[in-house]
Design a protein around this ligand. Structure first.
Ligand SMILES: O=C(O)CCC(=O)C(=O)O
Ligand SMILES: [Fe+2]
Length: 336
């Protein structure tokens, strides 16, 4: 995986930039900030900009990348909130939030789902006791099974990004990329048929009070409909010589077609064989191409004392126009 390590001088540039931005905006969720973020990101260190530029332009070279060396002040940040719902009065990571959005804005547009974590752009990932054994980012005792993020949805992110605030248990994120698996083998051909069904994961079917001005009832109804009647889609698509994938076995049914069932099982096996662990440390930002990489998380034990593993997550799209019919305005970033 390609890695960029920020030095002291670059940390100072980022620090000054976020301080300047915070004179004008008081939240990374502010729509006006999100609209300007792509421009403000021009003032990030050039080496960092070049690194993310190349990650985006040369998708066949590397499907993941990481930026390390951002200094996290654990004392300033203090304990994590106990629930994402406390986020509205939670400002201790505002510098990190701004830096995270700026980096993401160099490769696309961060977006939010009104049905997920209250419609916030930045998702919080830390263990929540009541979800200990669920298939959710808030779980701990259970493995979070690997998946394409929001695989069920045609408007899913082109990339997902994770930023690590702390990871005292060094719990690994698990990833596998399609660059390590030969998807041109004949056995995978049936995966190009549009006959596979992926249901929404539980994070979209939970109670969610959106901070968007729009009613979320319509979006919730869409998710429920997709749960009852998932679209029929191919698992592999794009260039047959170098296909993209879209897969989330935990929320898929095996198809009736025997060849398709065998092909899906073979791919699941190949992905399991190629899974790699990456353990993020404080300050790391990790990007993965959501068309080329699946990701999950190993199980771990949580203390629920405010000092457990804490990541932030962004969904990033290349094209805002595709989602215009589900956004309230041309500048809104919330899908409803
Ligand atoms: O916690 C991680 O490392 C990954 C979490 C994740 O995949 C998710 O919340 O969707
Ligand atoms: Fe995920």
């Amino acid at each position: 995986m390609k890695k960029y390590i920020l030095d002291e001088a670059e940390n100072r540039i980022i620090d000054n930039l976020t301080k300047d931005i915070l004179k004008e905006y008081n939240s990374a969720e502010d729509e006006k900030f999100l609209v300007q973020a792509g421009l403000l990101a021009h003032d990030l260190p050039r080496g960092l900009r070049a690194f993310l530029h190349d990650f985006k332009q040369y998708e066949d070279v590397s499907a993941t990348c990481a930026i390390s060396g951002y200094k996290i002040d654990n004392e300033r940040i203090g304990k994590s909130p106990q629930h994402w719902k406390e986020k509205h009065n939670y400002f201790s990571t505002i510098n990190e939030d701004i830096y995270f959005i700026l980096c993401a804005s160099l490769i696309g547009y961060p977006i939010a789902w009104s049905t997920q974590q209250g419609g916030y752009i930045i998702h919080e990932i830390f263990p929540i006791k009541e979800h200990e054994t669920d298939q959710l980012g808030f779980s701990s005792k259970e493995h979070l099974e690997w998946h394409t993020e929001d695989a069920f949805h045609p408007l899913r992110g082109d990339y997902i990004a994770l930023m690590c605030i702390r990871n005292p248990t060094q719990t690994p994120t698990l990833i596998a990329s399609n660059t390590e698996i030969d998807l041109t083998l004949e056995e995978y051909e049936p995966l190009f048929k549009p006959i596979f069904k992926i249901r929404p994961d539980n994070s979209h079917l939970q109670e969610s009070s959106a901070n968007s001005e729009c009613s979320i009832a319509k979006a919730q109804k869409t998710m429920q409909e997709l749960n009852l009647q998932p679209n029929e889609i191919p698992v592999l698509f794009g260039d047959p010589k170098n296909p993209y994938w879209r897969i989330d076995p935990y929320f898929m049914e095996l198809p009736e077609d025997e060849e398709a069932r065998n092909a899906l099982n073979s791919l699941i096996k190949a992905i399991n064989k190629n899974l790699k662990e990456i353990s993020l440390t404080a300050g790391d930002i990790f990007f993965c191409d959501n068309y080329r990489v699946v990701h999950g998380r190993a199980s771990f034990s949580a203390n629920y004392d405010g000092w457990d593993r804490w990541l932030k997550r962004l969904n990033i799209v290349n094209d805002l126009r595709k989602s215009r019919s589900v956004r309230a305005s041309g500048t809104s970033r919330i899908f409803y």
